[in-house]
Structures are given as structure tokens and as C-alpha cells.
Design a protein around this ligand. Structure first.
Ligand SMILES: [Zn+2]
Length: 413
């Protein structure tokens, strides 16, 4: 690596090097790209900051993350997205690409300044009210039409609001037994179906956030078969965990560590999501890294905040769910966790194959060790990992951002 790009590949005997990493037995992946990270700054620096969130990202093998817009203030103007983008540049642990809100204040009433955010220094291309659904079909149509001007994409958090009022976990047998109000699959699927039709109608790009049900997979498969410009992501937790965790888990029953939106679903859904990621119906893995302070999670289920952290465990979970099961090889992992998310987000400097002349964004990963997940060892400011008490495979050994190490020997540089 030289001047931020890959200069040479092969036998380096005799090559001049300022830093040598013994990568025997390691897998080299293009730096991972997350389409869906909550960095919480500005506004909730008690949960995460751009600095701690990007440190967690680097530890997880990421060289770029998209920072969701549901901050306080909301990232709905050029000023706020530029502020977040600059913070990412200053800290330098990974690139931070701000996501712009679709509607002002995420209120679902009028479009935010999409054009101004696209033209800003942050060059926003992904727009989302994530955390909330753009449920108004007219606003969604207008947003899809508007972003075409600058090759943008609307990333929808698909949740029909009236069908999910007060919802606590997946509507099914477990919610019935626990007496908690259910979040039905149809509330996700109805919005995805509507938005695929809208995107096709106006000829625009739609991205579906955190797909969680087998029915959603079928709808997206159908939309893609029509040639419509629809892409989708799945989270690591929806690839590995089910709603049964609410009843029994390594950290006890009724533990709100498993409360997340959309909720953990069933075995059948997990199977469909894995197959869809393997066959490309679902384009990529996105973490939906959602840090919350202890007091917002260690409380009664019904009042606990929704969300889980995920940047530092994503690659291990994907190895467990997809590689160990034979569904995806490492080239497939590189595609689903780097190339495709970079393409969806229009991040020109990321997601390139490891070849001479490409930006030197590289993750070195050791797939062999298995270890107990230790929340206290994480770089994130928050501790709400759903994998506490579980053993997961693999370890990120080193991460390079344009040739500069951000992680070496598993530790932040
Ligand atoms: Zn969401």
C-alpha cells in the first residue's frame, strides 16, 4: 500500500515497507461499508458519539458508515449533515457518510431540504426517516421523484404505523404467551409492497431497510423480477436470533436487550432471510447499530428503548449465520458487506475489490478463534449487545483506511 492505494500484490521479499503485518491464515476483505448506523451525535452523546461509534466501526472492520438522520437536531438540513460529515473527517477512524432525513424533523409532513443536502459538502445520496416510516404515500412518491435528480435513493423503514401502535415484539406465538402486544409481519410487508409499486411508477430507486420477514423477501424478489430498482438490507441480528429469545436466553427471560424494531421474528423468517442474502434478493448486510444507555435498556420490557449495537460483532455473526452454514463464501461476504452497500450508497471510494490501484481500504480477519462476546471490551459507548453470553467465531485483526491502519492486532490505533 502506498499513498492510500494498493501499489502491489504478491511476494513482498525485498519490498520497502514501513509497516509489515503477518497475515498468514487471515482473510483479506475490502473495508466493510455499513448503510445503517446510528451514531447519535448530535443530541444523544450519552449513547454514542461520532468518535466512539466510528471506533466501534473500525474495530468491526468497517471503513465507511452511513450515519442515520434521527439525531437531535434531526439531520434534515445541509448544516447538520455537514457537521456530522466533518466530525467523521476529524476523528478519522472511518469515513462517515451522513444520511439525510426525508421529511423535516422526521415528522412526515413536508419534505426536508433534499437538494441542499445533496449539494452540500456531505454529498448526501441516501435519504431516510429511519426510526419512523414515511407512511404518507404522497410524500413517499414526491421523495422518490425528487432524489432522481441527483441519483439518490430513499431508504424506507417499513412500518405501517397504525398496525404497530404500542407493538412490543413479533406478533405470533411468543407474543401471545408473554401477553405483549404484537408487531405483525403485514405491517412491514404492506409498506414494502406499496413502495416497490411507487418506485416503479416514478422510475426511482428504493432501498428497504432491515428486512425481517419471509413475506418481505417474496415481495422484494417479485419487484426485482420486474426489473425495478429496488435494493434491500438485512441486519446481523435478524440473521441469527428469533423472538424466542424473549422467553429464554443466556441473559434470562423478558430481557429487553432483545427489544428491537423491526422485532426479532421466527425460525422460518430467519431461514428465508439467509437464503435471500445468499441468492442476492437481499443485497447487503447493514448493522442498524443502535446504541442506548443502560438506563434506557435495563428496565421493564414495555418501556425499554428499541435497538441493539452491532458494528463490532457484525462480521462474526455473518460468519456464524452464513459462512459456517455454507450459504456464503468469503467472496460473497465481501460482496454483501462492502461492494453492494458502497454501490447502493454511491460511495465511490469504497467497496472496490482488492487489486492494484484500488483505494487501500482493507480488513484482515481471522475466522478461526471462537470467543465469548464481552460487552465491556467494546469500543461503543453503549453496551446493549444481544450476543452477551454467546460464543461467536472470528476476530478483526486489522483495518486500513486508505492505507492507514485504524486497527492493528485487534486494537484501535
Ligand atoms: Zn429502522
Amino acid at each position: 500500500m502506498k499513498d492510500g492505494v494498493i501499489a502491489e500484490i504478491g511476494d513482498l521479499a525485498g519490498a520497502a515497507a514501513t509497516l509489515t503485518v503477518d497475515a498468514a491464515g487471515l482473510i483479506a476483505l475490502p473495508g466493510l461499508v455499513d448503510l445503517h448506523t446510528h451514531l447519535r451525535e448530535p443530541g444523544r452523546e450519552d449513547a454514542e458519539t461520532v468518535e466512539t461509534g466510528t471506533q466501534a466501526a473500525a474495530r468491526g472492520g468497517y471503513t465507511a458508515v452511513h450515519a442515520m438522520a434521527n439525531t437531535s437536531p434531526v439531520a434534515d438540513t445541509a448544516g447538520v449533515v455537514e457537521q456530522v460529515w466533518r466530525l467523521g473527517q476529524e476523528h478519522g477512524h472511518c469515513d462517515v457518510q451522513p444520511v439525510g432525513a426525508v421529511t423535516s424533523g422526521l415528522e412526515g409532513r413536508q419534505l426536508a431540504e433534499l437538494g441542499a443536502m445533496a449539494d452540500s459538502a456531505a454529498r448526501v445520496r441516501v435519504f431516510s426517516d429511519d426510526g419512523k416510516c414515511v407512511s404518507d404515500a404522497v410524500l413517499m412518491r414526491r421523495a422518490l421523484e425528487y432524489v432522481k435528480a441527483f441519483d439518490g435513493v430513499v431508504a424506507q423503514h417499513a412500518q405501517e404505523p397504525r398496525l404497530t401502535e404500542g407493538a412490543q415484539l413479533n406478533e405470533g406465538e411468543v407474543s401471545g404467551r408473554l401477553g405483549l402486544s404484537g408487531w405483525p409481519a403485514v405491517a412491514e410487508e404492506a409498506i414494502i409492497a406499496r413502495d416497490c409499486l411507487l418506485a416503479a411508477h416514478v422510475g426511482s430507486r428504493l432501498h428497504v431497510c432491515h428486512v425481517s420477514t419471509s413475506g418481505s423477501v417474496e415481495i422484494i424478489r417479485w419487484a426485482k423480477s420486474k426489473g425495478w430498482d429496488v435494493t434491500a438490507e438485512v441486519t446481523p441480528h435478524h440473521l441469527l436470533l428469533t423472538d424466542s429469545r424473549a422467553e429464554s436466553s443466556p441473559v434470562g427471560p423478558y430481557n429487553p436487550i432483545y427489544k428491537v424494531n423491526p422485532p426479532l421474528r421466527t425460525e422460518e423468517d430467519v431461514r428465508a432471510l439467509r437464503e435471500a442474502l445468499a441468492d442476492g434478493t437481499i443485497d447487503c448486510v447493514a448493522t442498524d447499530h443502535a446504541p442506548h444507555p443502560v438506563e434506557d435498556k435495563e428496565t421493564e420490557w414495555s418501556v425499554a428503548a428499541m435497538g441493539m449495537i452491532g458494528l463490532e460483532t457484525a462480521l462474526s455473526v455473518v460468519q456464524e449465520a452464513m459462512v459456517e452454514t455454507g450459504l456464503l463464501d468469503w467472496a460473497g461476504v465481501a460482496d454483501r458487506m462492502s461492494a453492494r452497500p458502497a454501490r447502493i450508497g454511491r460511495l465511490a471510494g469504497h467497496g472496490h475489490p482488492i487489486e492494484v490501484g484500488a483505494p487501500a481500504n482493507i480488513t484482515l480477519y481471522d475466522p478461526s478463534p471462537r470467543a465469548l462476546v464481552d460487552p465491556s471490551a467494546m469500543a461503543s459507548r453503549s453496551r446493549n449487545t444481544p450476543y452477551e453470553g454467546m460464543t461467536l467465531p472470528g476476530r478483526v485483526v486489522a483495518t486500513f483506511l486508505r492505507g492507514r491502519p485504524t486497527v492493528l492486532e485487534g486494537k484501535l490505533v
